[in-house]
Write a protein that binds this ligand. Sequence first.
Ligand SMILES: [Zn+2]
Length: 435
Amino acid sequence: MIDDNYPELLDYIKTLKVIDTHEHLPCKEEQRIYETDVIKEFLSHYLDRDFVSSGLQAKKLRKIINEKIPVNQKWSILKPYWKNVKYTGYGRSVSIIAKELYGIDNISSDTIEQLNSRFLETLRPGHFKKILKDLCKIETCLLCVETIDIDYDPVEERSAVCDRELFSPVYMITDLVYPYLWSHFERIEEESGVRITSFSRYCEAVEAVIEKAYSYGVVALKNYLAYHRTLKYRRVSRCAAEEQFNEIFKTKHIPDWHVRYAASGKDFQDYIFHFILDIANKKNLILQIHSGIQEGNGNILSNTNPVLLSNLFLEYPDVTFDVFHMGYPYQNEMAVLAKNFPNVFIDMCWTHIVSPNASINALLEWIDTVPVNKISAFGGDYMFIDGVYGHLRLAQANISKSLAIKVNDGLLCMDEAKNIAKMLFYDNPKNIFRL
Ligand SMILES: [Zn+2]
């Protein structure tokens, strides 16, 4: 029974300021894609995968995304599948956007053109601020950046990397741990200023890149390699790692008009991630790490169980591990990890649209098991701006439902529930990321 307290909590939660723990938006509004329409934009990720999962051929989806055809024609291809996908979190997020941002109650053949023309009107400067600041009350979004040299202006240092009015940069270390093209090594050389001629020089370059990232105001490092490999990072000898590293030079002669692979093996990756964690431990850095469900149609889910990270949690006690996506569907394992390890924190980024119901239930479980200062409620994890709005509205509803149940059960009074909500959306991420 949540009826009595839910509306009061939801009203209160909608007034709260938010720290958004994770986004993939363009670093600056002017870098968004302007050659678009509402369908291309809303299917840039997530919901497109539900369409494919429900039977839409990937080839047809690519046609919708890549070709310039009228939106009503695109909709006629999508329509048979919309009735299957509209109830998922991804579908619901898009319906919320259509309704609350564009005044369209029901996406259909009759409304798709109107939705598109209203959407196109928002492709002008100021829409990012309107969504993030005015409507979502987001103080800052932690934004993933691939490189630290984007538009760097030494005079206007605050604008380095991304728009600092909206974002706080998080540096992706994926290419450092898992470089597989010569272009990756060349970028690392460029960012570090170190010529990579040996394994020792490579380690030197990695350290220099991390130092440079922090000098530009990065607030955390991020590893999303659970898309590519297991989260189990073994301790391996420097010798084994160096042997695998040396393999990369076998392809150095391949001409640059050809794809130039420079693959290195798992021992190398394991060693380099431990090497980075050692730096992070020495400097008390924060590491955001992907666990659980991978975006896309098909991957190896068992690679992503956060339990596989236990050796790292034990061996690097001074690193703050912000573990993503509540480990879904391993959210019970996540509870035990966050309960037992002082350096492990639960991040609900992406989760409210992956499964609204699992998010509600997980929070019910965690309030019973995990200290409440260890959970962050929201990270939009979207590549398109309106998605952040749809996701936040779902997150606010989900957290309100969980807390309303706890109030009705007599575990919390209303004031305590409101205080926990403020911790989850604002105080906790502010403290965890030292903002
Ligand atoms: Zn993400």
